[in-house]
Design a protein around this ligand. Structure first.
Ligand SMILES: NC(=O)c1ccc[n+]([C@@H]2O[C@H](COP(=O)([O-])OP(=O)(O)OC[C@H]3O[C@@H](n4cnc5c(N)ncnc54)[C@H](OP(=O)(O)O)[C@@H]3O)[C@@H](O)[C@H]2O)c1
Length: 254
């Protein structure tokens, strides 16, 4: 996609990947509006990036989504890009009884959230000369980490939805893109992830992602995530076992 002159709304822009994308796109000459629940985080990011705007949003609440969408359309009529980045991660217990709170909160935030947000903005986006709906999924949508079966499933669901929506919007001004990150140094899985040497440094991830986002690719993939993305196929379980055995040996719960 074109990387300048857009008006971009990013969910979960107060930290991690969302903040990284927001800052990079702001620096490239786009109007950027970030959102999330923690006002302190939003204020810190807008203060560090003069001109960037923010709005409080709880993506798990249909009412919050509706009111934020209405506000965005009223205050930013040029809005032409939505980046569905907000998400949560939990370990779970697919080998036994699931914690219903983990199940409901993860599906509500990671699946209902982006679908409802996109749905609330789609008719507005269709009215723009060039627009994009971007979903942040995960390499784990393609090669699952068994200790987070619900999380992986939510990301696989969004991948599937994006394929359908891309087809349905073929020939319109709206492009449907997917960013599938590898394991990245953020707080998603807890404080230890920020400094985990096995995770990709955030800046490296953002730099490579922005480069690919500037091309015509529908799927925005870094080199690091390609083994996970490209594993899908008839013999995919072999690599799923290999990766999960490796993670277990490295001390992750499984
Ligand atoms: N880091 C990785 O290894 C990795 C790998 C693959 C995919 N991803 C995906 O990348 C995305 C960003 O994650 P991250 O790694 O940058 O972690 P992060 O720093 O924890 O960011 C998650 C963001 O989502 C927001 N969020 C969570 N629940 C929300 C809610 N109910 N309403 C509104 N905002 C909400 C959080 O803001 P508030 O708490 O302030 O609401 C936070 O800013 C997620 O979708 C994640 O699944 C990350």
């Amino acid at each position: 996609m074109k990387l300048t002159g857009n008006t971009i709304f990013i969910t979960g822009g107060g930290s991690g990947i969302g903040r990284g994308l927001a800052e990079a796109l702001h620096g490239l000459g786009n109007e950027v509006i970030i959102s999330g629940r923690r006002k302190g985080h939003l204020d810190e990011v807008t203060k560090a990036n003069p001109g960037m705007k923010s709005v409080e949003l709880d993506i798990a609440s249909p009412e919050s989504i509706k009111s934020v969408a209405a506000k965005l359309i009223a205050e930013y009529p040029k809005l032409n890009v939505v980046i569905n980045n907000a998400g949560i991660f939990s370990v779970d217990t697919a080998e036994g009884v699931l914690d219903d709170e983990v199940l409901v909160s993860t599906v509500t935030t990671n699946v209902f959230g982006p679908l409802r947000m996109t749905s609330a903005l789609i008719e507005h986006l269709k009215g723009q000369d060039a627009a994009a709906v971007i979903y942040v999924t995960s390499g784990l949508a393609f090669t699952p980490l068994a200790m987070a079966a619900v999380y992986n499933s939510t990301k696989a669901a969004i991948h599937s939805y994006a394929l359908s929506q891309r087809y349905k919007l073929k020939g319109t001004s709206v492009k449907v893109l997917e960013i599938a990150p590898p394991y990245v140094q953020t707080e998603l899985g807890g404080d230890q992830q920020l400094n985990d040497p096995r995770a990709m440094p955030l800046k490296e991830f953002i730099d490579e992602t922005i480069k690919v986002l500037g091309t015509d690719a529908d799927e925005v993939l870094t080199e690091r995530v390609k083994p996970l993305r490209n594993n899908v196929g008839p013999n995919e379980y072999e690599f799923v076992v290999k990766m999960n055995d490796m993670m277990t040996a490295a001390g992750h719960k499984s």
